[in-house]
Design a protein around this ligand. Structure first.
Ligand code: BG6
Length: 518
């Protein structure tokens, strides 16, 4: 059960504005989406902007210019976006019409002349919508086009902050290894100051990921036991039941290590492992997160082999439907050695975490979709009940369910009611949104809003991005067989919990994975 002092929020644009505790409103600005005919605009960006609009979190001075190569009229662009949001909860045709008047389309390439044209259109629309000179430049093209587009933005002076601010938003994948990430960084930093650069990791926009900091640092009861003296190990799992959908081209290049570990998994890890910042400000928080990356024990060829299990899904059944194996997916090569599952053990070499293993696991086409952090505490030092009970008394755990069914659970033992002395495992359970009827923001809504308000806390800083690539490099080399033959992938049935090797890997440490339980 949760008690709270404030609730805020608004149910619609015509309703009450959110309280200050909820969310700040954005500053007037224009949004240029480069590559706007793609999936991201439809699935994430426009639904998120519309939600912010409906909830009065967008300034009235606001419009979107979508730029893409596909021939399309402005009406068709608006209609395709309406199609994408129409079925969402709370859709309101009148509000959509009001919002859609702020959506424009420009058919153009990614060269300097096209971006210059985009700049002219934006100037004209800025006057009509009173946005002033502020602009967000959202890169939504295939990553191979990033550097060219950035150069073109610079040449057309879109990157310049002559009167207002100009912020560039860069989606993952940010490079495909340390070298390419550095090359991209080099291009970015020649034209944008670090303050202008917003590198997105949408996991940071998840409320429950941010809440890890609140849970740890706004309470006095957890932090004293959040260390090697009390914690046996930590597990972070991001399991997906989806496969690669229509993204074979991307996934064949990425694999699970680039797709989930370099970014989302390590970001969650940094929140679990960080020291308390002295103030809740973006640079102070990001400094502490970087320190975690710096303290991660480096991998090398030998240690990678002992600390990593790589798997790939074979055919099976997910949620009652038969599912083909990864190599049978459209666009995947028959002999693909791309891992769709990885489990790894890592250590953070500092005073707090010395000797505590962190187990990270993520995969596609698993039995269910859940992301959770499990903090497993040490067993009691002396089993005083052992004469009474046959079985061992298991350890306590805090489970932070990031998604779905967001909750925090404390697992402990209690006496079974009655005359006999028996124990049972019980759960103290906090449902993240239970008892709260205010506004809830999804990841993209959060990060877009933060970009508009200039809050960089939930964006990746360049040093963190480089460090995560550097740390992961030996694992990538190993998984791709650079230098030696590629490792055997452990196949797992679609719809299972992953390869048996991942179970054995945990069992060899005398531990077990904690799976999703309600
Ligand atoms: C993306 C990955 O970054 O995150 C996808 O590219 C993955 O492969 C997705 O499915 C998972 O995000 P979420 O929010 O559904 O956990």
């Amino acid at each position: 059960m949760a008690f709270e002092k404030t609730t805020g929020g608004a149910s619609g644009r015509i309703g009450k504005a959110p309280s200050a505790c909820d969310t700040p409103s954005s500053e007037p600005c224009a949004v240029l989406i480069v590559g706007a005919s793609g999936d991201l605009t439809k699935r994430k960006l426009i639904p998120a902007l519309f939600y912010l609009f409906r909830n009065r979190l967008l300034s009235d001075g606001f419009f979107v210019l979508g730029l893409a190569r596909s021939p399309m009229s402005e009406e068709a662009f608006r209609a395709s976006l309406e199609e994408a949001v129409k079925d969402n909860k709370g859709f309101d045709a009148r509000l959509w019409a009001e919002f859609a008047r702020r959506l424009y389309y420009l058919q153009a390439g990614y060269d300097a002349a096209s971006l210059k044209k985009a700049g002219e259109v934006m100037d004209e629309k800025a006057r009509a919508h009173a946005t002033g000179p502020n602009r967000i430049l959202y890169l939504s093209t295939p990553p191979s086009a990033y550097e060219g587009v950035i150069e073109a933005m610079a040449a057309s002076r879109l990157a310049a902050e002559e009167r207002g601010w100009a912020r560039i938003v860069i989606e993952k994948p940010y490079g495909r290894d340390l070298e390419s990430a550095k090359a991209l960084e080099n291009t970015v930093s020649r034209h944008f100051r670090e303050e202008q650069v917003f590198r997105i990791d949408h996991y940071l926009g998840k409320d429950t990921v941010q809440n890890i900091m609140m849970f740890r640092f706004a309470n006095s009861i957890f932090e004293p036991v959040w260390n090697r003296h009390f914690i046996d190990h930590v597990q972070i799992t991001a399991a997906e039941s989806l496969g690669i959908e229509k993204r074979a081209g991307y996934y064949e290049e990425a694999g699970v290590l680039r797709d989930m570990f370099q970014n989302h998994m390590l970001q969650v890890l940094s929140f679990v492992g960080m020291e308390p910042p002295s103030v809740y400000e973006s640079e102070a928080v990001r400094d502490e997160k970087v320190k975690v990356f710096r303290a991660m024990r480096p991998l090398d060829r030998g240690s990678v082999m002992d600390n990593l299990v790589l798997g790939q899904y074979a055919e099976g059944e997910v949620n009652g439907a038969s599912s083909r194996g990864y190599r049978e997916e459209e666009g995947v090569s028959k002999g693909s050695i791309v891992p769709t599952f990885a489990a790894m053990r890592l250590f953070i070499d500092n005073w707090r975490w010395q000797g505590v293993p962190f187990y990270l696991r993520s995969g596609k086409r698993l039995r269910s979709r859940f992301t959770q952090v499990t903090i497993q505490f040490k067993a009691v030092p002396h089993q005083m009940f052992s004469r009474l009970f046959e079985e061992e008394i298991g350890p306590n755990a805090v489970i932070i369910r990031i998604q779905p069914d967001e909750r925090i659970q404390l697992r402990f033992h209690a006496k079974k009611p009655g005359s006999r002395v028996c124990l049972r495992d019980v759960v103290m359970d906090f449902g993240y949104t239970e008892g709260y009827d205010g506004l809830v923001l999804e990841a993209y809504e959060r990060v877009l809003l933060d970009c508009m308000t200039g809050d960089k806390m939930l964006f990746i800083r360049s040093d963190a991005m480089e460090m995560s690539w550097k740390w992961l490099a030996p694992a990538l080399d190993y998984s791709e067989g650079r230098g030696k033959a590629a490792p055997e992938l452990s196949l797992y049935r679609a719809g299972s919990f992953g390869p048996v090797e991942a179970e054995r890997f945990m069992a060899s440490d005398g531990r077990k994975w904690v799976d999703y339980e309600r």
